[in-house]
Design a protein around this ligand. Structure first.
Ligand code: SF4
Length: 319
């Protein structure tokens, strides 16, 4: 099945410092791809590069970038897709809504801008969108200001706004950050449901591998500005090839079972740090001399791919 979004060799530099170092990934029709990694891995930068939302100081280049088969490299193409073909669900929903306008007006304005609706028609559609994100009293929420709503309710409104342009892809950037733990699961479940109901695809960006298990079909694990392991959610959970992904799975598992929160020793490299051949080597329990001196090869097994000299299986074959 051909991908709806495909990008190869995405590089981003900000003021000369490399942030993304050749990101390759694709989102297929109807799937939700989880993009996972610690803070600083480059997940949000990847989303912002796709939407041309990076600061002016950023230099962006792609080897290849297509959306629905059309060239997506020109910044104008990515700007025009925002809201239309690609809906965006932000971190910190309250801060992304305009505090001085009622929620209803913000949805109506979005519908008029994206779909050219008359005001009366847009009002009806705004209420439908609020119902579609499981808001049981849409009239009240429509009349509310953001500060009158809970964080979870604000995120439902942001999801409704992301759906307003009838997008083919929804990118959600850490959509549960700052929300109460009990609300986080509801928001993730809602995202999965509305993406399916609207026949869209999704890209869910999160630092928490635990949250992707119930929602995502495939997972891309990022480290130091690259995708270093990619596979189906089941494969990554059962037998991640890459030691970094494997440790993230262990940490997520220990948290799920109520264990003490653990961390991978060491820290994520900062932009501009001098990197050895495998950027994860200083933190890796399987590192050997070749990891410091030679670029890790791309290995495949089943539906999984990883960049690693010593993947966690004997069946992996280098390509
Ligand atoms: S290449 Fe070496 S250091 Fe890097 S993840 Fe694989 S085993 Fe660890």
């Amino acid at each position: 099945m051909s991908a709806i979004l495909e990008l190869r060799g995405l590089e981003v530099e900000i003021e000369g410092l490399p942030i993304l170092r050749g990101v390759d990934l694709e989102v297929r029709p109807g799937e939700i791809l989880g993009v996972v990694g610690e803070t600083g891995a480059g997940k949000s930068m990847t989303a912002r590069a796709i939407l041309d939302l990076l600061p002016a100081a950023a230099t962006v280049s792609f080897e290849e970038c297509t959306f629905g088969g059309t060239d997506f490299i020109p910044p104008r193409a990515r700007q025009l897709a925002r809201g239309h073909q690609i809906g965006f669900v932000p971190q910190r929903p309250r801060g992304s809504l305009n505090p001085v306008f009622r929620v209803g007006k913000q949805i109506v304005d979005t519908l008029r801008r994206l779909r050219g609706m008359a005001r009366t028609q847009a009002r009806e559609e705004a209420l439908n969108l609020l119902r579609s994100v499981r808001i049981t009293d849409p009239e009240r929420v429509y009349r509310s200001y953001p500060h009158e709503l809970s964080g979870g309710m604000c995120q439902r409104v942001c999801i409704a706004i992301a759906l307003a342009g009838e997008p083919e892809l929804i990118i959600a950037d850490e959509p549960t950050t700052g929300l109460d733990v009990t609300i986080q699961a509801e928001i993730l479940k809602l995202l999965g449901e509305v993406i399916a109901e609207h026949n869209a695809a999704g890209m869910l960006i999160t630092h928490d591998l635990g949250v992707v298990a119930d929602v995502c079909d495939r997972v891309a694990v990022m480290y130091a500005g690259r995708v270093i392991n990619l596979g189906t959610t089941v494969e990554i959970y059962r037998e991640a090839l890459h030691p970094y992904a494997n440790q993230l799975v262990s940490i997520a598992g220990s948290l799920d079972s109520g264990g003490t929160p653990q961390e991978i020793p060491g820290r994520v490299p900062n932009p501009g740090d001098e990197l050895v051949a495998c950027a994860f080597a200083p933190r890796c329990f399987r590192a050997e001399d070749d990891c410091y001196g030679e670029e890790p090869p791309l290995v495949h097994i089943g539906g999984q791919m990883a960049f690693c000299h010593h993947p966690l299986t004997s069946e992996a074959v280098s390509v």
